[in-house]
Design a protein around this ligand. Structure first.
Ligand SMILES: Cc1ncc(COP(=O)(O)O)c(C=O)c1O
Length: 380
């Protein structure tokens, strides 16, 4: 069996999917683009998405000539609420993107049911959610299509990488990924090198300096990055965007999936310990009711002053994440270029200003709990 089929079979097994509906891409955003393309979404069509996401999501919509329609999120799930989605539907709405923020699901039953009745497609953004479930079913099972990311820091990682899962037969027939190009030799070699560095050289204490250096290098196109410079400064589709996956990713993916179950278990246990600690402190936390289904990738905390807590974490040699450091992570200003007026989405704005996250796969959850207790006054 070839490496690609082996990887697809391993994914299918975990999603309870038929491997026919699955496809692989160079990045998760490319899988979203391919899904929008197969849904024939184009000029003037509207796509609903949360006003708290990664910029590459509206990019994929804009690259199709379509219009992103943002909706505010709810504090409890960090996802767009059913009510705000319904209120944003117009006769031009063609699709609704239901995000899996940090592993937490949208109100999928109601949204998918409503969309079906209206003849609107649904797409689950499972980039944070591979391995988690909603009402006992794997994330990605509830919509016409879903996409996943295997970028750094995702539920399992191939450095960069994307997976698409199309469940709607008509959309599946129109998928065009086989015509996408292969990534260049240079990109594949860079990816292998970065995977080597990550495996052998990245440690807890040098995490933040290394991430900052990597972000700077990739922003300036000096190293293969999650996003090229133009994706965070412009809304034009960069050259060489529609790319398939590669051997490097198939092999890294199969290896990474081997350890996934154990990591998911640890994520769930850690998330519960963090919830209980934050609840005891009377601070923002994810309600216990939401724990049964979800495999938390990151545990959200809200803090008064992000840079203060970030430097305290560095001093304490603890890794903290900064997703989403803006409503269109990682773009810091001029979000109106992507059609997003930050003032119109007060909850998303508040959360983006105050959120940091704890990686849920940590083996040091007790140290995080002590850190939260020690700096309790800094938490919201
Ligand atoms: C919510 C969300 N959607 C989509 C993506 C895109 O995934 P990728 O980087 O694999 O293109 C990301 C990336 O982190 C994300 O956070």
């Amino acid at each position: 069996m070839n490496a690609e089929q082996k990887y697809l079979d391993e994914i299918a097994l975990r999603l309870g999917a038929e491997s026919e509906g699955l496809f692989l891409t160079w990045k998760g955003r490319v899988a979203l683009y391919a899904i929008l393309e197969a849904m024939e979404i184009g000029e003037g069509d509207e796509v609903i998405l949360p006003a708290f996401t990664c910029v590459v999501v509206p990019n994929a919509i804009l690259y199709r000539g379509a219009i992103p329609i943002y909706v505010d999120i709810e504090k409890e799930t960090l996802n767009a609420s059913y009510e705000s989605i319904v209120a944003s539907v117009s006769e031009n709405t063609k699709a609704i993107i239901c995000q899996n923020t940090f592993g937490l699901s949208s109100d999928l039953d109601r949204i998918a049911d409503f969309a079906r009745k209206k003849g609107i497609y649904t797409i689950e953004d499972c980039t944070h959610g591979f391995g988690g479930t909603f009402h006992g079913e794997p994330n990605g099972s509830f919509c016409d299509a879903a996409f996943y990311s295997t970028q750094w820091n995702k539920p399992f990682s191939t450095g960069i990488g994307g997976i698409g899962w199309v469940r709607n037969d008509d959309v599946q027939k129109r998928l065009n990924v086989s015509s996408y190009a292969d990534p260049s030799w240079k990109s594949r070699t860079s990816l292998s090198l970065l995977l080597f560095v990550r495996k052998n050289m990245l440690r807890g204490w040098n995490y933040w300096p290394a991430v900052k250096l990597y972000r700077w290098l990739s922003k300036n196109n000096l190293v293969l990055g999650s996003s090229s410079g133009s994706e965070i400064s412009d809304v034009q589709k960069p050259n060489g965007y529609e790319l398939r996956s590669s051997q490097v990713q198939y092999k890294a993916g199969v290896k990474a999936l081997e350890g996934l179950e154990a990591v998911l278990k640890r994520r769930k246990q850690n998330a519960m310990l963090l919830t209980r600690a934050l609840a005891d402190l009377g601070k923002y936390h994810v309600s216990e009711e939401l724990h049964a289904d979800h495999a938390f990738l990151k545990y959200p905390i809200l803090v008064k002053d992000k840079s203060k807590i970030e430097s305290l974490a560095v001093q304490n040699r603890l890794e903290l994440g900064d997703w989403f450091n803006s409503q269109l992570h990682p773009v810091q200003s001029d979000l109106i270029r992507w059609g997003l007026n930050v003032e119109m989405y007060p909850i998303s704005k508040h959360i983006a200003t105050h959120i940091l996250n704890i990686p849920c796969d940590t083996v040091n959850v007790d140290r995080y709990v002590r850190f939260l207790e020690q700096f309790n006054e800094e938490l919201i």
